[in-house]
Design a protein around this ligand. Sequence first.
Ligand SMILES: Cc1ncc(COP(=O)(O)O)c(C=O)c1O
Length: 390
Amino acid sequence: MRYGFDAARKDIWKSRELEQALCKRFNCGFAQLTSSGTSALTTALAALGVGAGDEVIMPSFTFVASFEAVLSVGAIPVIVDINDSLTMDPVSVRKALSPATRCIMPVHMCGSMADLDPILEICRDHKLILLEDACQSIGASYKGKWLGTIGDAGTFSFDFVKTVTCAEGGAVLTNDKTVYTNCDGYTDHGHDHIGKDRGAEMHPFIGYNFRISELHAAVGLAQFRKLDNFLSIQKKNHQYLQAELAKISGIKFRTIPDPAGDSNTFLSWFMPTRELTEAVVAELKSQQIFNGNFYWFEHNWHYIGKWDHLKKEKALNRLNEGQSKAIKKLATQDFTKSDAIMGNCISTAIGLSWTDEQLKEKASLLAAAIKKVLANASPQAYYSQQASLA
Ligand SMILES: Cc1ncc(COP(=O)(O)O)c(C=O)c1O
């Protein structure tokens, strides 16, 4: 239990230690640990005052947690196209603004960053909240600032597939003391955490139990100390793999708004057409080397194309009227622009435990499979790349 039990805990406070370490490493005022990245998003939205009737703009390529968190606070997810950075397209964001817009929630996907300057400009122009979902991108930065610390609040996930994991956990980062105090109470039934008698604490507002446990925080702390080592391994492996794939004419890479700030967890690359992308996926599968590669468009649930449960409003409990109305519109919304990008994209996860030999072997097998597919493709396929990514 991260709060109270002062005698039993013998002055051991692992959650506090990890929160302090996050603040120090990311030069941030406050950090609140949570039970997951999803609960971190929910907590941040509530702490920022986002609720019923408020529209939250989010991208078409993210994890389902984005709309889950928005729905869970009673707000309305408004989903916009991405561009070839694989993050929200600021032009689409502007088009999606309405009098009900309250918050913009860029998602820093696959270890890299959204182009925050134009999004910050929109927030300033329209007095909107910026909540950064940095769940996949701990240790990445944008123009010298750490992701998660640039908006009004930001979130990390420490789940089992993240760079820093504690099995399950998350964090909200903010520089606003009130937002932090809200997070602190919200994740613990609204307790104000004043004084030493937990039973006598006041509840200035309604909260829930989104607490992290001390056990998870202890593991998180040990893992977090390895972050810089993880980042440097990822960078080395990423650089090598990218250099090898860059030799293949026909391959393009994801646009990274600030390449120096990439945390390098994935290398995301584009084939000239969707057909060729599917052919590469099939080739990698037939050689049994697809593992560690992600064709999000077809085979995963990070992309809107696969969110039938959302589009068909398959909720166990009744959603509010505004949410229901928005979801009905979403089911027929045109995502051609996002489809053209995601349909051609494969992301290769960068391993931390690869030996140099394994890295070389993976790169050469991947490159050979891509070349084989391109060698069999009609020249027409190459020329359509520009069009499909435009
Ligand atoms: C972009 C993004 N946001 C939020 C989450 C939710 O994190 P968690 O799995 O810790 O709930 C994830 C997890 O994969 C994610 O990738």
